[in-house]
Design a protein around this ligand. Sequence first.
Ligand code: NG6
Ligand code: CA
Length: 524
Amino acid sequence: MIDTAIYLTLRFKLAVISVVVLAISACMTIGVKTEPPLLDLTQTVKPNVVIFYIDDLGYGDLSSYGATKVATPEIDRLAAKGVRFTDAHSSAATCTPSRYSLLTGEHGFRNNAKILEGDAPALIQPGKSTLAVMFKKAGYATGVVGKWHLGLGDGNVDWNADVTPGPLEIGFDYSFLLPATGDRVPSVYLENHRVVNLDPQDPITVSYQGKVGNRATGYENPELLRYVADEQHNDTIVNGVSRIGHMAGGESALWIDEDFSDIFSDKAIGFIRNNKDKPFFLFHSYHDIHVPRLPHPRFIGTTDMGPRGDAIAQMDWITGQVVKELEQLGIANNTLIIFTSDNGPVLDDGYADESVTKLGDHKPGGPFKGGKYSRYEAGTRVPTIVYWPGKISAQTSDALLSQIDIYASLAKLVGIELDVNEAQDSQEQLAVWLGQSTQGRTDLVEESLTNGSLRTGNWKYIPASEQVHSFIADNKAIASGYMNKPQLFDLSTDPSENYNLAGQHPDKVEKMDIRLKQIITSGY
Ligand code: NG6
Ligand code: CA
């Protein structure tokens, strides 16, 4: 009897346990079912694509990448639900070559892409394959809003007539531009081919050779300046700030830096609204957080880091505006967002804007050494987030990746086959961008101010340079990485590139040197 009672109790307990186990596994199954469905990459899909291209934003400048002195909630929201990359790179440590690579899928050095002046001719000539042309082939509407800095016109540009060639001649249907940089003249907006609000009675003249017209300059009237500037940024004064280059005329067309954030987000949102019923590609290229940093008054004091910190807060706000618009239009789930920066961080880049004095313990480059212009990791390793609600699962990816790969990867997504010579340095890494693989690249050339360095896995090789570019270190307090001897780092144990192992591994140095030269002369 007693045995039977124990037996029955045991059976009862077992039955309860099985029910619980079944219930748990049922919940788990349901749980798996509620995970967002991963995209089937063998199928062509044509989501909207928005690239948020921030200027000079460093690896450590977002709260989702470790910053504590500035909050970036809008971007953090994308990072929390998307793929947050830790080893993704701009193609170069300066702007023009990075933008060139993003739009052509080719390294900047193949076309001698250097930082351009504001009157430089179009670097990407009509007829060249571009990301925008690729999207057009796939039936997209294409637009670019914000900083261009890839040259405009044919070398003798007349700002009072149609400015061409420009983005409209290389695949964009719409453009609203800050022609070069915020610190360079002409200090006007260009919408499609025309300067906005230009009075024909007051034509614009631009010169990078010497003074034109009688507008005040920083070198003649420093008392008129809102920021003390170095001698490169000391020419024509517009909106109380001296710029690089001289400009006469165009008074009614002059920009007010404080309005950039509102004007660019309005134009980006306008483009999205106009094209919400067809697939669109928007290249949203920010002025923030480049110099001169003059955020709108409502952002002033939002951080205790001065204008550079406040510009980060403003940049976060702009991003949120655009994302919210996509949500309100009901197209967010059909929009792939890539958020990244054109090069690493810089503090004083010509103007005394408190970026150095109010930095505190903020680390613009995160754990990495160097910054803008530099050959060390912070030159090109930038925050990179991919967001596509419902199509990718939240994760952090340590894959080695480059913006140069966006071209071939998105071509795969939208079903466009590339010609043999098209986007020659761009590798198809779609699965990595969308968080379905962490394989990434096996090697990558990181372009700095003049030369390239090589990443092979976690090894980083910086060849000896003839020109040592000490001005970066001297003027910008950035470790330039230019040395007259080779450098080799093992980033797996030394992410901050402090221990040069070149002497210990001469074979590796030789091998990587050969590989780097091979990529430079004949591609990957
Ligand atoms: C440099 C400018 C710098 C910045 C940079 C371009 C000097 C000394 N410095 O030549 O202030 O404008 O060009 O920045 O003139 S970038 O992010 O567009 O590459
Ligand atoms: Ca830049």
